[in-house]
Design a protein. Structure first.
Length: 208
């Protein structure tokens, strides 16, 4: 692995910049998908605590998935116009903020509203990551970087379910989300620190 980042050519697996990009996007994917699926094993807990039906409780999973759809569209346009790294960094900050707020919500409606906003910004990484890799990584190595990113997606979804379910059994759902927010802080710092700046991005004029 080279020590000096090559600023003139797309990154290959021999460059430090390639691995910084892959690891940073992996951290972002871990955070996004762990946050998305963290609620899944806890729906019966929320149904009991807020006196909800199972269908109403399931909105905590379905609504953020729905709000991800416009998020992918709008943030994808933003990524093409204003830059991949800008959209990803702003999105992670909103996701982190939502995780810090959620443990202190004592209203299902407020929790659902925050969850919907979170869902919109969860789309920031998926909407921008592949375009960033296509810009910055040599075509021969995009497949490897993409594989690392997709594997991180799956790992994030699995770890989010397992961690919150286990911690809620031991303590409470509030404690599990405080711990998840702690992980989110670490993941966001790693993302900001490791992600190489865009070198080949050319802003467009795409509008919705």
């Amino acid at each position: 692995m080279s020590v000096v980042l090559n600023n003139n050519q797309p990154y290959t697996s021999k460059d430090a910049g390639f691995w910084r990009a892959a690891v940073s996007l992996g951290c972002g994917a871990l955070l996004v998908f762990s946050a998305l699926y963290a609620f899944q094993p806890l729906l019966p807990i929320f149904a009991s605590e807020f006196h909800l039906t199972a269908t109403t409780s399931s909105l905590l999973m379905s609504m953020p998935v729905i709000t991800m759809i416009p998020g992918l569209l709008i943030l994808g346009f933003g990524s093409d116009r204003y830059g991949r790294t800008v959209v990803m960094k702003i999105s992670l900050l909103f996701v982190l903020s939502s995780l810090l707020i959620m443990p202190f919500m004592n209203s299902f409606l407020l929790l659902l509203i925050i969850r919907c906003i979170e869902g919109f910004f969860l789309a920031g990484i998926p909407a921008s990551a592949m375009a960033y890799l296509a810009d910055e990584v040599a075509p021969s190595n995009v497949g490897l970087a993409t594989s690392i990113f997709i594997a991180s997606n799956a790992m994030g979804g699995l770890s989010g379910r397992v961690a919150t379910g286990y911690l809620t059994d031991l303590y409470s759902w509030q404690v599990s989300f405080i711990i998840l927010a702690g992980f989110a802080i670490i993941a966001t710092i790693c993302f900001y620190w490791l992600l190489p700046p865009s070198r080949f991005f050319k802003g467009g004029t795409a509008v919705l």
